[in-house]
Design a binder for this molecule. Structure first.
Ligand SMILES: Cc1cc2nc3c(=O)[nH]c(=O)nc-3n(C[C@H](O)[C@H](O)[C@H](O)COP(=O)(O)OP(=O)(O)OC[C@H]3O[C@@H](n4cnc5c(N)ncnc54)[C@H](O)[C@@H]3O)c2cc1C
Ligand code: FES
Length: 268
């Protein structure tokens, strides 16, 4: 049974499914109210301390990977204390979640959409692909997924079975798809198919290179930034980044103003 508490954006959602390997976990919780209002590119803050402990104190941010039938899924890499604790959780336990938070991707009214994900930056692309398909079923939706090695792509293998999504991969070591960078795939795809809207999430240098490529090709580009976050709601100012198009106090706050930004707001 789901136990809603405090506000409609905070709940203890029952874990319907959890599957973890050595490095990655996928958790699906019951969260019907969140699913109704969630947009692709938004994230949730998850309490990642063990029961009766406050360590780590701060919640951890994770992109919304998928929403379907009132169920919300996140996929994460196990990197430290919080994610190690989360990986120990079991089906039917309650996960303490705040969300959906931040500003997500704006689905462009275009015929072609390039979803470019690097590493765990692939996580928001499932929800985004589904949203684009729902709004523009006739459009071409192309996912370009980059990772260091094929093993890192395993957590996202299910994207290959979405009939409306064309998937190409690249790896640094050549163990899956193109041997090289994901921007090579974007350059090749744009040369072969033509321009389109670009949605990007991954390491900073990758996104910057893609933003500059898009600027050169005059293609609209949105980037989803990742910073360390303490509160996730604009209160601690810990996630400030300086943008190209600075406003107010001169900083953009990734949790509140983003995490998704027009690329030109970050990199001219
Ligand atoms: C908006 C947003 C969405 C995110 N979505 C996802 C997602 O869908 N899947 C996913 O796996 N991760 C995602 N992350 C990153 C995730 O929040 C961190 O990996 C997580 O907070 C680490 O918690 P921890 O307690 O396990 O690690 P910690 O003990 O806090 O840190 C362990 C190690 O991981 C490094 N680390 C911590 N945070 C990050 C980070 N944000 N990026 C890179 N390295 C980090 C630390 O520097 C340290 O070396 C997202 C981050 C943001 C800001
Ligand atoms: S994480 Fe606290 S203001 Fe963004």
């Amino acid at each position: 049974m789901t136990n809603y508490k405090k506000t409609k954006h905070q709940l203890k959602g029952e874990i319907k499914n959890i599957s973890c390997g050595d490095e990655y976990c996928r958790i699906t919780i019951e969260a019907p109210a969140m699913c109704q209002v969630a947009e692709p590119g938004q994230f949730v803050m998850v309490r990642a301390a063990e029961e009766k402990s406050n360590d780590p104190l701060f919640r951890r941010p994770f992109s919304i990977h998928q929403v379907a039938d009132g169920l919300l899924t996140i996929i994460f890499k196990i990197v430290g204390r919080g994610t190690r604790n989360l990986a120990k959780m079991k089906t039917a336990e309650l996960l303490d979640v705040i969300g959906p938070l931040g500003k997500g991707f704006h689905v462009a009214n275009m015929q072609r959409h390039y979803l470019v994900g690097g590493g765990m930056g692939i996580a928001p692309m499932h929800f985004l692909a589904e949203s684009i398909y729902k709004q523009h079923p006739e459009s071409e939706i192309i996912a370009l997924l980059g990772a260091r090695t094929a093993k890192e792509l395993d957590a996202f293998a299910h994207l290959n079975s979405l009939g409306y999504l064309q998937v190409a991969t690249s790896t640094d070591d050549g163990t899956s798809g193109h041997h090289g960078l994901v921007i090579d795939l974007l350059e090749q795809s744009v040369a072969a198919r033509g321009s389109g809207a670009v949605y990007c999430c991954g390491p900073g240098p990758m996104m910057k290179a893609i933003a500059l490529f898009c600027k050169d090709k005059k293609m609209p580009c949105q980037v989803s930034l990742e910073t360390v976050m303490a509160c996730g709601v604009g209160a601690c100012l810990g996630c400030a980044v300086s943008g190209a198009d600075v406003i107010g106090d001169g900083y953009l706050h990734v949790c509140k103003d983003g995490p998704v930004f027009e690329a030109a707001k970050i990199w001219v």
